[in-house]
Design a protein around this ligand. Sequence first.
Ligand SMILES: [Zn+2]
Length: 332
Amino acid sequence: MAHKTGHFHPEHPKRLDAIYRMLDRDFGEGLLCLQANPAPMDRLEDIHSPEHIQRVLQTAEQHVTNLAPDTPVSEQSYMAAWLAVGACLQGIDALINGECSGFFGLVRPPGHHAFANRAGGFCIFNNIAIAAKYAIKKHYLERILVVDWDVHHGNGLQSLFYHDPRLLYISTHDLMLYPYSGGLEQTGSDWGAGYTINAPISRSMTDNDIIRLYQSILMPVVRNFKPELIMVAAGFDAHRDDPLGRSVWTEAAYAAITRLIIHAKKTVGDPPIFLSLEGGYNPRALANCVRSVLLELIKNSVEIPKPPPANEETACLIEQLGKIHSQYGLIK
Ligand SMILES: [Zn+2]
């Protein structure tokens, strides 16, 4: 909440305020709440350059400055970024140690646009990348699936594991929005070839279209990859009320994708699920979306409705994805 970005910036403390009030109102004592501690410095260095970390720390106690043209920071922003990573590491420990089977990092700033050496797109440290690397190094995980349903492409997250088959990155996003990357043909390279799956979506895709798309990707990928941990870059800016995304999803889409993930993971030994907040800039819609996802996690149902028929555009995208990835064998 102390990460102040200015009155007119969409990545605003009101986002978390709306979520916290929703949690108090709708969940009460029903969730286990972890208090975040700052991440150890060597965990930040697993992903970020010492220069980038220094740049962030140097903003401490400065009134207002910018880490990137779109990423303003204030006195306490460095601490918020540091705590956001720390929260995600605590989530990994809690999941792997079996304290809980699902974790949601309700953090600011978001992370999926942060690169090894630079901030951007409102992101300072790459929360999910650092947490994934921690799960690999500390807990010896070898197969992590990341689902990025934020409407923007997670360019930083993709770049950090583009050559690494231990992290399979799936992203749905609008190519016409920042950062304008994430084409179908970006599929990973070297040992990581085939372990990046980009599905550029169109703005007119309805909940049914998006559910059908996720169903066609998630089911085979989870079956073939057998993740030991599933992580979600949980941005909610594809919601129809979002001021930055131009899509028309409702909270039901996020709930349905969550249920698909739950259904799929139960077929491969039920690995834990980790979510961390990315975008979502209408505070009310954001809180409603988070609530829908949490309710699905609590319900933990494996029942999934019959796949809705895909419209022509969605069917075409599913077919293209199948073709491009056929050589890798993960989507079939
Ligand atoms: Zn976003």
